[in-house]
Write a protein that binds this ligand. Structure first.
Ligand SMILES: Cc1cc2nc3c(=O)[nH]c(=O)nc-3n(C[C@H](O)[C@H](O)[C@H](O)COP(=O)(O)OP(=O)(O)OC[C@H]3O[C@@H](n4cnc5c(N)ncnc54)[C@H](O)[C@@H]3O)c2cc1C
Length: 377
């Protein structure tokens, strides 16, 4: 390891890989270290849902649009399948119908179409009866993260010459070097993209920004019959009070009040129904949100039941068997949606603190690399 690199990155999650891509595209010499033998953290625990509609307007939405374009460029080159396109947000209540119709007519609703209940069920017969309508957004992409992340890393190594050191934990970062148990890696600049583990490398920063963990429960179902095909990722009323781009619409207040009266446990558990479908027909179903300083591994059966109840209410399919349960973790902080701060001269900590890293990381990587090495030509 005698080489001197232009950029050393701690963490091979999507944020680390996005910085590696932005730097390698400029011809810089890049090294990435990850303490795990392959990515196992938030970047493979998620839905792989690159979301635009519903993102907070302004910088987050702009980053999501740029990152979606980078996913679309990189996926075919790296052999990553795009499994679904677009989002279908289903309304169960009059208030959510009003919100979705208003969103479709607003500037951020550009390209989106609102369907009333009759037309929605005609187009998507698998939707449950009794729904009020649906919004179709064409902007999204979905990849299977547990396949996409290893493929992206392998492609960065082969196509762009990025050097990876797996199973190597950075113990300390300092100007010009990343220090690990067997020595040091010298680099002109360092990016710490350690996700929820940032606290260990930058404890003072973590304390100052109140860095903590959001824990999400996720499930995968048995394969659905070939006749059941979700072309778009599905969401429902509960998403409309969580996603900033929806929650800022005027009808959101009345929707929240109704949800508080009708489904207080789902709101308290931060349940936000997202249903995606894998190439094998299985469904990835989630999620919930619990916040704590420590990362507890325990998943609650009652929270899973709340998520599945919401799925039952929007999809006309028998409740499928569950083949996998997992708990995912992403960091949150008082600085949001992104924590990007210098830890020392040319040593940057970069952490997505809003659970939107799959949607925004490629743009974030380009911004950080421009900040460190100057605007690209
Ligand atoms: C259940 C769930 C669902 C989600 N759904 C979505 C979604 O649909 N769309 C979306 O946009 N976002 C979603 N997110 C958020 C998204 O997954 C995260 O924002 C993103 O993955 C963060 O990427 P990261 O690279 O910062 O962190 P991570 O993926 O956590 O990567 C950090 C890496 O750093 C490594 N590391 C840590 N410390 C060290 C060290 N000292 N030395 C070496 N390596 C180290 C770790 O091993 C890890 O591989 C979801 C998150 C979860 C948990």
């Amino acid at each position: 390891m005698g080489t001197r690199f232009d950029l050393a990155i701690v963490g091979a999650g999507i944020v680390g890989l996005a910085h590696a891509l932005a730097a390698a595209r400029r011809g810089l010499r890049v090294v990435v270290v990850d303490r795990d033998p392959r990515a196992c953290s938030a970047s493979v625990q998620n839905f792989g849902f690159v979301t635009i509609t519903g993102q907070e307007p302004g910088v987050t939405r702009e980053r999501a649009m740029r990152s979606r374009d980078v996913w679309a460029e990189v996926a075919p080159e790296a052999g990553i399948a795009i499994l679904q396109r677009g989002a279908l947000v289903v309304s169960r209540r009059r208030e959510s119908r009003e919100l979705l119709a208003a969103f479709a007519a607003a500037p951020d609703g550009e390209g989106c179409e609102f369907y009333d209940a009759v037309h929605a069920r005609r187009r998507w017969p698998m939707l449950a009866t009794g729904l009020e309508g649906a919004l179709l957004s064409p902007h999204e992409l979905r990849v299977e993260p547990r396949e996409a992340l290893p493929k992206l890393a392998a492609w960065l190594a082969e196509r762009h010459g990025v050097e990876f050191h797996w199973g190597l934990s950075a113990g300390m970062v300092e100007p010009g070097a990343l220090v690990h148990a067997q020595g040091r890696i010298e680099a002109d600049a360092i990016v710490v993209a350690a996700g929820a583990a940032l606290r260990a490398l930058a404890p003072a920063l973590a304390r100052r920004v109140n860095y903590r963990a959001c824990r999400l429960q996720m499930m995968r179902t048995a394969s659905q019959p070939p006749s059941f095909r979700l072309d778009h990722v599905l969401m429902s009323d509960l998403s409309l009070v969580r996603y900033g781009g929806f929650a800022r619409m005027r009808p959101a207040k009345a929707l929240r009040a109704r949800l508080e009266a009708e489904v207080p446990s789902a709101l308290a558990g931060g349940v936000n129904l997202i249903v995606a479908q894998g190439a094998d027909g299985s469904l990835v179903v989630g999620d919930s949100h619990h916040y704590d300083e420590a990362i507890e591994p325990f998943a609650s059966e009652s929270v899973d039941a709340l998520i599945l109840d919401e799925m039952d209410a929007v999809l006309d399919v028998p409740r499928p068997g569950i083949t996998e349960h997992w708990v995912g973790v992403y960091p949150v902080a008082d600085v949001t949606p992104l924590l990007r701060e210098a830890l020392a001269d040319r040593v940057m900590a970069v952490s997505v603190t809003s659970g939107t890293g799959m949607s925004t990381a490629f743009a974030i990587g380009e911004e950080t690399v421009s900040g460190l090495f100057g605007p690209s030509a």
